[in-house]
Ligand binder design. Structure first.
Ligand code: IVH
Length: 693
């Protein structure tokens, strides 16, 4: 690309026209459809290029220039709300130099001497901004940003958010105040939402921001209410009178009135302070449990903010220092289709290896056929991939300019790649609607599904059989030794063949067979989880094991559930956290003869231990416990299992129902919520002392 300085006027005009259209189209996808097609970093690059050309040719700035616009026009589905004070945006800083320049500009403008300026440094929450109007302390209206001047009325939806007070607490609030902040979704909640959507065959969201925006902008507030949206307050719009002298004080007041404010925010001085805060936030980022995409710096003194004012669409008193994206560019070498345990065909992108955020990435998920079509990803394309925390890398976009000639759109197979070559069926919901999921129709006869089942069966949280990895599973099933889980417990009959034909060393064969023997006695919850029934994850398996107590009771109940016996269904439904999806899945599974035969065969090989009943007389029996932050003496799994053994319930989020929060280093918002709700907080050592470990 030509540097902006070398462009002729005609070229500049041409490019500005193209950029205006392109950016406007991306704005609509992002702001109205909650479904962006390019990464934030690429979007920022387009805006930067537009700004550079405009700076060189100011007379070419268009009336509809992206620089003069914030966001996109609101959607027609919501009533318009004119903001008393426009909701503007922040300029971005991408480097330490940009940050120093921001501080220099502030001091130049205010004609300050050498004294360092005080700023707040706040995490830049990656959600969607919202303005909530209070009159005499009562919530009267809430609006999205929209185009910055007119937003969408989302009052009914915002009222369903637990972290937004319907009435301000305390006293001293101005008669009219519009509190502004970010509506967002935590990582765990995002994953759960997508999992549920995928299970129901619905469209999944690309990231927590889109999920938050999609959840808030629902026509039916009941849907919003069911989504665990959260809110951080950080600014305000219209005010009937001043309420603070500094941003720092203002945050404290917002907190006192019942809002959550970002606990990582700090008050810092000078460029050194700004840069330290950035490094600190960068280090905290992976542990927060929600997405932040940078740090927002604001001049702390509000009288100075007033003097600094705004330039076109952004304040002079603040700036957003963005984190570099955890993105990289690579080549999509192939699209493979994997067959999962349930027969779902999942496309996987095979990539030319590339390092993203310090990790070498070779595969990325493509979710389903619709996602491939949405991206228009073709083999041989140059693609932008993104990694966020522990999330499986994903393809954000295709670099169309670099597509080679003749690249063909991906043709999703109609025949399953499994050796049965079955016809691929498109899954439908109960009501008959088509979903995005495509399945192999081979069920248990499909060797791919069989392998996926076996892989699940031997996995760490199920039967945990060491030495029986992918390689062995494939080799043994090819020899016909492994067709179902029970066969694992008959592998010892093949000892001689194993030693001769497979040329495994004496020790490794002995170890493998010993490991298998060690699992012949198995806890009931692992047995249930190991069956790999849809929707019966580890937690559900524990609940069912506790509920039924013995394998005999479990199997008897499952037969009745499969026969749609009302009492048996009611008994299962009454168990904690178990609902329709689990009941349907269990009934469907046990209604199949081949599944019942498989389970009976397996049970014959095992001693299934009765479920440990939680102890009723411990210090934590019946209490709800949340673990947060890093634990040092126990793994999370151990801590959870220990608490459950002692009769406690372990939850992932802090609420009024929580009794104890065990917080290790790095604990963030959960700890804060606990403090606000007055919940007992223990260190890991205190917890261990309490449970007598
Ligand atoms: S203050 C005049 N503070 O970033 C704009 N914004 O690019 C005042 N954001 O629209 C915004 N965290 O959606 C502010 N601590 C924070 C923020 C924050 C996230 C978002 C917000 C805003 C955008 C600005």
């Amino acid at each position: 690309m030509k540097p902006a300085a070398d462009l002729t006027e005609a070229e500049a005009l041409d490019e500005l026209t193209r950029l205006a259209d392109e950016i406007a189209a991306h704005d609509i996808r992002y702001h109205q459809q909650d479904d962006p097609t390019i990464s934030d970093a690429d979007y920022d690059a387009l805006k930067r290029r537009n700004g550079e050309i405009e700076a060189r040719f100011p007379h070419l700035i268009r009336e509809n220039s992206p620089t003069l616009r914030v966001g996109a026009a609101r959607s027609e589905q919501f009533a318009p709300v004119e903001h008393g004070v426009p909701m503007l945006s922040l300029d971005n800083a991408f480097s330490d130099e940009d940050t120093a320049e921001f501080d220099a500009r502030v001091r130049r403008f205010l004609k300050l001497s050498e004294d360092p300026v005080a700023y707040t440094a706040e995490p830049k929450i990656d959600g969607l901004s919202c303005s909530i109007r209070y009159e005499r302390g009562q919530l009267v209206r809430a609006a999205t940003r929209g185009d910055g001047r007119v937003g969408e009325d989302v009052t009914a939806n915002v009222r369903t958010l637990g972290e937004i007070p319907k009435a301000l607490k305390g006293a001293g609030w101005p008669e009219v105040i519009e509190v502004r902040g970010e509506v967002y979704l935590g990582h765990e909640e995002f994953a759960a939402l997508n999992e549920a959507a995928a299970a129901a065959g619905q469209k999944t969201y690309a990231n927590p921001r889109n999920a938050a925006a999609g959840s808030l902008r629902q026509i039916d507030p009941k849907i919003t209410a069911a989504r665990p949206l959260r809110f951080f307050a950080y600014a305000w719009g219209e005010l009937s009178g001043p309420f603070a002298e500094t941003q720092w004080q203002a945050l404290a007041k917002l907190k006192a009135w019942g809002f959550q404010i970002t606990p990582q925010s700090r008050r810092v001085e000078g460029v050194g302070g700004l840069l330290d805060a950035y490094r600190e936030m960068e280090a905290l980022r992976p542990h927060l449990g929600y997405d932040i995409d940078g740090v927002v710096y604001k001049v702390d003194r509000l009288d100075w903010q007033g003097r600094l004012g705004f330039v076109s669409r952004a304040p002079r008193w603040g700036i957003a220092r963005k984190f570099p994206a955890q993105q990289a560019r690579t080549v999509l070498e192939a699209i493979d289709i994997q067959v999962g345990r349930t027969g779902a065909l999942t496309p996987v992108a095979r990539l030319q290896p590339v390092t993203v955020g310090g990790v070498v990435v070779t595969n990325a998920t493509l979710h389903n056929a619709d996602e491939i079509a949405r991206l228009d990803a073709r083999v041989g394309d140059t693609v932008i991939i993104q990694r966020a925390g522990d999330v499986i890398p994903q393809i954000v976009s295709v670099v169309l300019d670099e597509r080679r000639k003749g690249a063909e759109p991906f043709d999703f197979p109609h025949i399953c790649p499994c050796p049965l070559h079955t016809e691929v069926v498109r899954e439908t919901t109960h009501s008959g609607a088509e979903t995005v999921v495509r399945r192999c129709s081979g069920e248990f006869a499909c060797p791919f599904q069989k392998l996926a089942h076996l892989r699940h069966f031997v996995s760490r949280r199920a039967f945990d059989i060491e030495g029986l990895g992918e390689k062995q599973l494939v080799a043994f099933s090819e020899r016909g030794w492994l067709n179902a889980p029970a066969d694992i417990f008959r592998l010892h009959e093949k000892r001689a063949e194993l030693l001769e034909t497979e040329r495994y060393g004496e020790t490794s064969v002995r170890n493998l067979l010993d490991n298998i023997e060690a699992r012949r006695a198995i806890a009931l919850d692992r047995f249930i989880y190991g069956l790999g029934i849809r929707h019966i994850g580890e937690t559900t398996a524990v609940v069912m094991a506790r509920g039924y107590g013995t394998v005999e009771a479990f199997l008897a109940a499952m037969d009745k559930v499969a026969a749609r016996d009302a009492d048996a269904i009611e008994e299962l439904d009454a168990m904690d956290q178990i609902g329709g999806a689990v009941i349907e899945a269990a009934a469907g599974f046990f209604a199949e003869d081949h599944n019942r035969a498989m389970v009976a065969d397996l049970k014959g090989e095992l001693t299934v231990q009765d479920a440990e009943q939680p102890k009723a007389d411990t210090a934590v029996a019946g209490k709800t416990v949340v673990f947060t932050g890093a634990l040092e003496r126990l793994t999370r799994d151990e801590a959870k299992a220990q608490a459950e053994r002692l009769g406690a319930k372990v939850s992932g989020s802090v609420s009024k129902k929580t009794d104890i929060v065990v917080a290790g280093p790095g604990a963030g918002s959960k700890l804060k919520t606990a403090a606000e709700l007055g919940i007992q907080v223990l260190t890991e050592d205190e917890w261990l002392a309490l449970v007598g470990a």
